[in-house]
Unconditional design. Structure first.
Length: 267
């Protein structure tokens, strides 16, 4: 895998995955849960915000909550997927979080849920978000952490190594909790805070989990990904390893999502 963060992800593939998810009805339970937890954090802030940016709105849970919030006069929803933007979310802008296309100091609030783990240059993206905030503006973010889908990664690694004699990346690399507060500080945010929470979903089998990931738009968009499907034997072994190592007493399997929450203020 290239060490260059700019080439880490296939931006076109990521956008197409989100378009496909939007067109197919979108599996939104994870994004909705994370959005609710972000809004709860916002409820603890005792100040008014007039203009807000929802970066990566997905199915629109945050944009809708912000539009109902007293004091907020305008919400801009920015997503690379025009299909997600067709839901009438605020002021829609087609934009990739790798390049935030807004002038400096034009928002009082920036909120982003589960989009920043698809950014190759996370420090650069955070710097851009800090610059579009007015002095005293608030940034609230949530992204997937390194413990996300550890069960699936383990099962795929063991199965591919056994069946095909080698492995390819299936799950994106992710930041660790110990790093993100430092990244906020480097990006120029004041009073940076980060914390982590774990959300665990259960599934009947690995295929059901993969269908949900596809429906979320969270499937593999690494440039270094394999371009051919897994062999049937590889997938069958991965499913067996998943159940053997992580299966629950009721026969279902868990899927772990580690959510890193980031908070910072524009000085």
């Amino acid at each position: 895998m290239s060490a260059d963060p700019i080439t880490l992800f296939d931006r076109r593939a990521w956008r197409m995955h989100r378009d496909r998810a939007a067109r197919s009805g979108c599996v939104g339970f994870l994004h909705a849960e994370v959005a609710e937890r972000l809004i709860e954090r916002l409820d603890d802030v005792r100040r008014d915000f007039h203009t807000a940016l929802d970066l990566g709105p997905h199915s629109g849970a945050i944009s809708r909550a912000l539009e109902r919030r007293p004091g907020i006069e305008r919400v801009v929803a920015a997503d690379p997927s025009t299909s997600f933007l067709k839901g009438g979310l605020g002021t829609p802008v087609a934009a990739d979080p790798e390049l935030v296309p807004f002038r400096e100091q034009c928002f009082d609030l920036v909120v982003t849920a589960l989009a920043l783990h698809w950014v190759g240059d996370l420090p650069g993206a955070l710097i851009q978000l800090r610059r579009v905030l007015r002095p005293g503006g608030l940034f609230l973010g949530a992204m997937l952490g390194g413990a996300t889908l550890v069960e699936l990664r383990t099962a795929l690694f063991e199965a591919e190594l056994t069946e095909e004699g080698g492995v390819s990346p299936h799950v994106s690399p992710a930041a660790d909790l110990g790093d993100v507060a430092g990244l906020l500080l480097r990006a120029g945010f004041a009073m940076p805070v980060s914390d982590a929470e774990t959300i665990t979903a259960t599934y009947a089998d690995a295929l059901s989990l993969m269908r949900d990931l596809r429906g979320m738009g969270e499937t593999n968009a690494l440039n270094a990904r394999r371009r051919t499907p897994l062999r049937r034997s590889t997938f069958a072994r991965a499913a067996a390893v998943y159940h053997e190592k992580f299966g629950l007493p009721d026969g279902r399997i868990p899927a772990t999502f580690e959510i890193l929450f980031l908070t910072g203020w524009s000085p």
